[in-house]
Design a protein around this ligand. Structure first.
Ligand code: ADP
Length: 264
């Protein structure tokens, strides 16, 4: 399991609309929040930013298909010959009144839903079956989850009974002006050189759904710009950080290279 714990530190986040106010309100009212959107569009950064702004500790869990309720809640481990209970990230977040962010929650095993449900309604409790504990979440605790509705996997849809427990916010890629500012700020590449990359991204995103599963992410644009900042030529940077990561299909790669030629 990948689990990272952040102590609050300001992270640069450029809002798209009023999502910061909504997050604050949800936190204030003890309501869980679901962030929907494609990969690499700023969901994680948004949560990191908001946790820092609210002065809350953040436990981020990258969910995968093997992630079980025990990974989130905790388990008995053998420590120096003794069996000891060790809290998982969700339990720690509940005990500490922190924010727990379940990234790509649909990937996790079904038993995770069972754990989440009592935490996402008025009960706001976490049951730890193994120890018999029932924890009431303090005011600061907040559950945030993300999922990517773009993946056309019917098996990996979030069930309505789970979805309807969360306030939901749709994330898309930032508009051009914002994306230029974000990529420039994250990579150190001057805005004038970032602008054509963002234009290219617009063209690629218009193609997605046809041969591409998903358009190019802001994250990949930042990678490209970082390579350029380090002195790599535009073509090489785009091939390494955009074309190759997006496709294995030679025809698609050629089509993408043709798009690059229309921008540069
Ligand atoms: P997601 O969680 O949606 O997959 P991330 O939050 O990891 O994506 O975003 C990828 C990168 O894009 C971040 O590390 C950050 O550098 C940048 N980014 C995207 N949107 C924004 C934004 N609105 N403000 C600042 N940085 C952003």
């Amino acid at each position: 399991m990948t689990m990272t714990m952040h102590t609050p530190a300001p992270a640069f986040y450029l809002p798209a609309a009023r999502e910061c106010d909504l997050f604050e309100l949800a936190h204030d009212k003890g309501l869980p929040l679901l962030l929907k959107g494609p990969t690499g569009c700023g969901k994680t950064r948004f949560v990191e930013h908001m946790a820092a702004r609210l002065g809350r500790k953040l436990y981020t869990v990258a969910c995968h298909d093997d992630l079980s309720a025990a990974d989130l809640i905790g388990r008995y481990l053998l420590v120096g010959g003794e069996t000891k209970w060790v809290d998982g990230p969700l339990t720690r977040a509940v005990r500490e009144g922190a924010i727990c962010y379940l990234d790509e929650v649909v990937e996790a095993r079904k038993d995770v839903t069972v754990v989440i449900h009592p935490l996402t309604d008025t009960r706001r409790t976490l049951m730890i079956d193994r120890t018999g504990e029932e924890l009431a979440a303090p005011a600061g605790f907040m559950l945030v989850a993300s999922y990517n509705p773009g993946y056309q996997n019917v098996l990996k849809r979030l069930k309505p009974s789970t979805r309807q427990r969360f306030l939901s916010l749709s994330f898309g890629f930032p508009d051009s002006e914002a994306e230029i500012a974000i990529v420039a700020s994250e990579s150190g590449l001057e805005a004038g050189r970032v602008a054509p990359l963002v234009r290219l991204a617009g063209h690629i995103r218009a193609l997605s759904g046809m041969d591409l599963e998903e358009g190019v992410s802001t994250r990949l644009l930042i990678y490209t710009a970082k390579l350029m900042t380090a002195g790599m030529g535009v073509d090489d940077a785009i091939r390494t950080a955009i074309i190759e990561p997006l496709s294995d299909d030679d025809d698609v790669k050629t089509a993408l290279a043709d798009l690059v030629a229309t921008v540069y």
